[in-house]
Design a protein around this ligand. Structure first.
Ligand code: ADP
Ligand code: MG
Length: 679
């Protein structure tokens, strides 16, 4: 079996499964093998009923005290029964398994495994599996993969396919050179991939992950080194100078630039006028006001007679920037256009034609801009917002548009300078410090779920004062399909506790882009009071009138991501609040949440987060939401990043070596990674 073999070559994968796998981006064997589990189900020991907590999946041993009962709810038959051991009792329920009414035996000992949930203020176990002594003995301590899924694709199906592929795939020679594997103590790829899917233990998982993380960083670093080696300071044919309108814009802005913004703008201005192609990253915390720097730079390009483009990671954000830019630029006679994936084919065609004819000065858009064939008439500047969402290849791709335009990238990822230099090695970095002076620091509180009613009353008061609220919904474990359901349910029960005058809407990733845009527009226009959402609102959104954010199950997020989420409030003059609700208020959770409660500084939060836990501590939690890497995480794996970079440096010092037969595998992998021949 080879990596490029279709997934159909795997036994049991037929036409139907092929379509389902394609939906999650798996079409061949190699893609399947790097379709890593989202998390692992750890099979724990039997524990006393009295010790269970909400949200945990536990194993209990005991017996049923009285006859089960059956009820109908929303068309489902629900069976419930009391389960007890020496320490206490717990309600257990099953959906649509009516035969249990007869088969459950009173007084007999059962071993049950299931998740503890809260229903009507009581803990209960939902939909448990019954295990024999033998099952229990076999599974104890094992880690079972939990894969990201899509409707129709079961965890069982993915597990089976992966197991089959692992058995038959020929890994060949490891592409990581032996000397590097030895020096850094890395597993063979073959072993690592197997252990990532089916870890023998937590330790084995850690080792396996380390290998793959290293490999991701190593390829990235190596690609960057080669890029730098072949890229000199390019002379630019675009000398961009600010004119009257750029200066004028500074006067019509409803605020004065902060010191940080002034410095960043000054650097960008010099770059644009220098006669050398600009390659600059602006790093500034959430809410520091990066957009206006992009606006000024783009205006500068137009005033010098050329076109500019700005690329953002989501459609919602593209629409928002578009409207903001329109507001300032239209009065100046500048033509701004929007280009996103969800526009009709006809509309897209028209905008593209206008761009090609030079009838549009500035284009705002999503990836559609890169991947579809947009030809600019005279593109002089490309801005990429929320840079951390794009991989290095996309960055390159974008700069290939036109005639080596100037590149400006913006990111809020709070990473230490040393890491920034590795990650953004091909860019000059401006660190934009400080927030607008008028801002009041966000007031934070980390609380337990018992605080929820108070939080709702507080929101109601804020809404009464004309402000708006975000609620970030608990993340979902069972499967990603229920993400939508979860948000819907939450919004529905919220409507029951809030007065009817409070306008509540919901937002989740599975909605159509046009629908998402509409809701965000309504929210921005103040027509929605409370928005219940998943993390889709995490990036870039700016609604200064929103003053409260409540994050449910805050313990499931990394601190850096919590910080990004929190950045959606505190963007205006009014006092803002962020409530971190801990679904499972363990000591560690609260300690972690105290960090973000106590500081609004993204750099500090990210650093503290690292100190608080050893590497690999946060099993399966991605810290940064970074799309640079599949598995690696720049915070959690900072050490591996340093090491891989060191290895890549050493390697490139002897470029010739990649030509050796011995490194053929690495060379091929690298060419696959960068999408172009190297030598
Ligand atoms: P980010 O850096 O997170 O992208 P934005 O550019 O979206 O931040 O700016 C956040 C908000 O702050 C916007 O409403 C913007 O108009 C406002 N803003 C930007 N610069 C200033 C400033 N110097 N003074 C006051 N408000 C500002
Ligand atoms: Mg932004």
């Amino acid at each position: 079996m080879e990596g490029t073999d279709s997934i159909r070559t795997i036994k049991g994968v037929g036409e139907k499964s092929e379509i389902l796998f394609a939906k999650v981006g798996v079409t061949n064997v190699e893609e399947l093998l790097s379709y890593y589990p989202r998390e692992y189900d750890i099979f724990t020991k039997i524990q006393p009923i009295s010790s269970v907590r909400e949200g945990e999946t536990v194993v209990l041993e005991g017996s049923f005290g009285d006859r089960p009962r059956m009820a109908n709810a929303r068309g489902l038959k629900i069976i419930s029964a009391k389960f007890q051991d020496a320490s206490g009792k717990l309600q257990v329920s099953w959906f649509n398994m009516p035969y249990l009414m007869r088969s459950l035996k009173m007084g007999k000992r059962y071993i049950l495994r299931g998740r503890i949930v809260q229903k009507n203020g009581m803990l209960q176990m939902a939909q448990p599996k019954m295990l024999t002594e033998q099952d229990y003995a076999n599974l104890l301590g094992k880690l079972q993969p939990v894969y990201p899924l899509t409707a129709g694709l079961t965890n069982h199906a993915v597990t089976k396919a992966v197991a089959q592929a692992l058995g038959e795939y020929d890994f060949g020679t490891d592409f990581l050179p032996l000397e590097i594997r030895k020096k850094y103590g890395l597993l063979l790829r073959k072993k690592a991939v197997r252990q990532l899917h089916f870890p023998d233990s937590k330790e084995a998982y850690g080792e396996a992950r380390r290998r793959i993380v290293f490999e991701e960083f190593f390829l990235f670093s190596l690609a960057l080194h080669y890029m730098k080696m072949h890229k000199k300071a390019n002379p630019s044919r675009y000398i961009l100078l600010p004119g009257e309108r750029t200066e004028g814009l500074l006067n019509v802005l409803p605020f004065k630039l902060t010191e940080g913004q002034r410095k960043a703008w000054e650097q960008v201005r010099q770059d644009l006028a220098s006669g050398t192609v600009m390659n600059r990253l602006i790093q500034g915390d959430v809410g520091s006001g990066k957009t206006v720097i992009a606006l000024l730079a783009l205006l500068c390009a137009v005033e010098s007679g050329h076109q500019g483009a700005m690329m953002v990671p989501t459609e919602v954000l593209a629409v928002q920037h578009y409207e903001e830019f329109q507001k300032y630029l239209e009065p100046l006679g500048i033509r701004v256009a929007l280009l996103t994936g969800s526009m009709s084919a006809g509309a897209k065609r028209e905008v593209k034609a206008e761009i090609a004819r030079g009838e549009v000065d500035i284009v705002l858009g999503t990836h559609a801009l890169i991947w579809e064939d947009v030809a600019f008439r005279d593109l002089a500047l490309v801005v990429t917002d929320e840079q951390h969402r794009f991989g290095v290849r996309q960055r390159e791709h974008f700069s290939e548009k036109g005639n080596h335009p100037h590149i400006l990238v913006m990111s809020a990822t709070p990473i230490p300078r040393t890491l920034a230099i590795i990650l953004y090695g091909d860019l000059d970095v401006s660190v934009m410090e400080g927030l607008p002076a008028e801002r009041l620091p966000i007031k934070n509180c980390a609380v337990e779920t018992s605080y929820r009613p108070q939080a709702y009353r507080f929101m109601q008061r804020q809404v009464g004062e004309g402000h708006q609220v975000y609620i970030i919904c608990p993340m979902v474990e069972e499967s990603e399909n229920t993400e939508a359901e979860n948000v819907l349910d939450y919004a529905a029960s919220l409507r029951e506790v809030m007065p009817p005058s409070v306008r509540i809407a919901h937002l989740h990733g599975k909605m159509r882009p046009a629908q998402k845009n509409q809701i965000m527009e309504d929210f921005a226009a103040g027509e929605i009071d409370i928005l219940v959402s998943t993390t889709v609102i995490e990036v870039g959104i700016n609604v200064p009138n929103a003053t409260v954010m409540m994050i449910e199950n805050a313990e499931r997020f990394g601190l850096a991501q919590l910080h990004q989420l929190r950045g959606r409030v505190g963007r205006g003059k009014a006092q803002s609040y962020c409530i971190f609700m801990a679904g499972n208020p363990s000591k560690e959770t609260m300690e972690r949440l105290r960090v973000i409660e106590g500081s609004n500084d993204g750099f500090y939060v990210a650093r503290k987060d690292l100190e608080l836990r050893g590497p690999g501590d946060l099993f399966g939690i991605r810290q940064s939401g970074d799309l640079f890497f599949q598995l690696a995480d720049i915070y959690q794996d900072a050490r591996e990043l340093q090491e891989a970079n060191e290895a890549a440096c050493a390697f490139t010092r002897e470029e010739i070596s990649l030509l050796c037969k011995k490194y053929r595998g690495l060379r091929m992998k690298l060419e696959e990674y960068t999408g172009e021949p190297l030598l």
